[in-house]
Write a protein that binds this ligand. Structure first.
Ligand code: PGA
Length: 255
């Protein structure tokens, strides 16, 4: 039996100030109903960066205790002439404890290479943020039976940069690109198979226990089956996290 599960909501570039207010009001009402076993859940949310101060303020003033804040991205650099970027220290100023790094949308749409991703993980950790490192294959790579080699290559570039001890302090999210935002979730068995191979790879590399999350069209309907898989320690939820009620339902599936 797993001692803990991670439920992470990734809003991507969605929402508004009004939507944040409504979401938090609904969250606050609903989270009181999460049962005692939910105490073994770590619940995190990644709003667009511009709403982080508002989230942080609402969490403090309304005493919203269960939510941890996550940046969706972070600069590989500490500070300086990097227009449009946010540093790890800036995220921490607004209560972020974690940061997503290497989401497939960053890799595919913003040309983040394995090297940049590894650099960001190193910087985030050095500054005290816990990275949620995203990896995953495209549909074409899956069809070529390259899933395992693609995912382990993505992990290996980070391992080479930061070493086994540090990699064990990260969280890894396996997100098959073909399952993101498509409604076409990997089956729990497909996800488990990749998680088992990641677990084995980490073992071979002498990386200690690292939480492994699954992401890709997770919903209140499939979350329980996914979370029951032996090597799946949590879920990274995009679309279904935008509505407080469905995010709460996912948080409640194991309780
Ligand atoms: P999705 O997104 O749940 O909407 O598929 C997941 C993610 O990209 O993190």
């Amino acid at each position: 039996m797993k001692s803990k599960h991670w439920i992470v909501g990734n809003w991507k570039m969605n929402g508004s100030r009004q939507a944040v207010q409504q979401w938090l009001a609904e969250w606050q009402l609903g989270c009181n109903k999460l049962t005692a076993s939910a105490s073994r859940l770590e619940i995190l949310v990644c709003p667009p960066a511009i709403y982080l101060p508002f989230f942080a303020e609402q969490i403090t003033t309304n005493n919203i205790s269960r939510l941890k804040l996550v940046g969706q991205n972070v600069s590989a650099y500490l500070q300086g002439a990097y227009t449009g970027e946010l540093s790890a220290a800036m995220l921490q100023d607004y209560q972020c404890s974690h940061v997503l790094i290497g989401h497939s949308e960053r890799r595919q749409l913003f040309a983040e290479t394995d090297e940049v991703v590894a650099q960001k993980v190193a910087t985030a950790q050095a500054q005290g943020l816990r990275p949620i490192l995203c990896v995953g294959e495209t549909q074409a790579q899956r069809e070529q039976q390259a899933t395992e080699s693609v995912v382990t290559a993505q992990l290996d570039s980070v391992l080479k940069r930061i070493g086994a001890e540090k990699l064990a302090q990260a969280i890894i999210a396996y997100e098959p690109i073909w399952a993101i935002g498509t409604g076409l979730s990997a089956t729990p068995e497909q996800a488990q198979a990749v998680h088992a191979s990641i677990r084995a790879w980490l073992g071979n590399k002498r990386v200690g226990f690292t939480p492994l999350l699954y992401g890709g069209s997770v919903s209140p309907d499939n979350a329980a089956a996914v979370l029951r898989q032996p090597d799946i320690d949590g879920v990274l939820v995009g679309g279904a996290s935008l509505v407080a009620d469905s995010f709460l339902k996912i948080c409640a599936v194991l309780t």
